[in-house]
Design a protein around this ligand. Sequence first.
Ligand SMILES: Cc1ncc(COP(=O)(O)O)c(C=O)c1O
Length: 418
Amino acid sequence: MGFGEGEKPLFQKGFLPFPDSLPSGLFMKKSLLEGLRFDPQGVPSPSYVVDAELLRRNAAILDAVRRRTGCKILLALKGFAMWSAFDHVRWALDGTCASSPHEARLGREEFGGEVHSFAAGMNEAQVREFGALSDHMVFNSFHQFERFRDIAAQAAREAGRDLDFALRVNPEHSEGHTPIYDPCGPCSRLGIRRGEFEGKNLGGVTGLHFHTLCQHNADALERTLAAFERGFADLIPGLSYVNFGGGHHITRPDYDMERLCRLVEGFQARYGVQVYLEPGEAVALNAGFLVSEVLDVVERGMPLAILDTAVPCHMPDVIEMPYRPEIIGAGTPGEKPFTYRLGGLSCLAGDVAGDYAFDAPLRPGDRLVFCDMAIYSMVKTNTFNGVNLPAICLLEPGEATPRVVKTFGYEDFKGRLS
Ligand SMILES: Cc1ncc(COP(=O)(O)O)c(C=O)c1O
């Protein structure tokens, strides 16, 4: 099936119409504000706000890939696990992939469809939990597979479920990552190398899995696939599926959808197997925001604004990746008249989001909106310093005011300690 005429513009269409009246207390840049359908003053601060219309737009793109190629697409829960929003993406996906028994249970209870599980290492208790919850378990070594396959199969039988087994392989092809995001880096513990297959019996294995990409376009997949086929093509006959992992930035405007579809279709035709993709980022890319408020403005060698968020707690990837998040209406230093270093309220000297320029001076009470905060944010929060977690809000399609789905407090902080 090809993309219909009505479907292709999905990737070209801009954001929603620019609102006539602008939200109050917000610094704006037209091109970015076009994505915002709510007044940041109308939600608690700090809060994550996920826009279901933007989620559904991503889901429609993924669904188009599924329908055209016949591949299956799973949500990687590690990237986006806001279960109150699952209705908006479930219809477009085939299930979830889990990195722990907790994620597998969330996928089973709240998402439905297939559950695929992988962890770099598992103990026996985890294997039993995974086995009872999963349709497919992916092992990271022959040792773990041989030691645990019977235990997992028994747990699945007791749960009344069929369980398939796959092996994660390492195609030993890097695509220029930050080293901590490169599963094919030197001495990587992730994935079985081709050399380890010598003398091994693949009986009971129905799939192979590789995950090597991170925010990549389809050209990187093409090179990776060539490396995977060079190393593992002879093992594919007799298998039922190959999972191409995550890291495919499919819902980004410049993503080469045609090439992705061609690669998936070609692979499935060559080997007669089902292809799976398991993106996390692409499902909720650019669909969420972190609203925060300016608490104080001080001059300490340069103008600084202190926000009611904490970068290491609420957007840890900004430090870990590291990257500079976009803020609606803000520019790079000097691009606009008023430049500030934006920092959080924690004790960490490095609790800094970056330097940003604004059209007007910042004042306490101003709201700033960080973009692309649905992914790898809520799932990574922590309460370092006792900092409270942001509220979680969902803006339903057609609504103007986000619904506050959850707020957090002292008990959430205390409950993680004893
Ligand atoms: C095994 C596996 N699958 C899927 C993903 C999801 O990747 P992304 O969110 O970049 O699409 C990851 C991310 O680390 C992963 O390790």
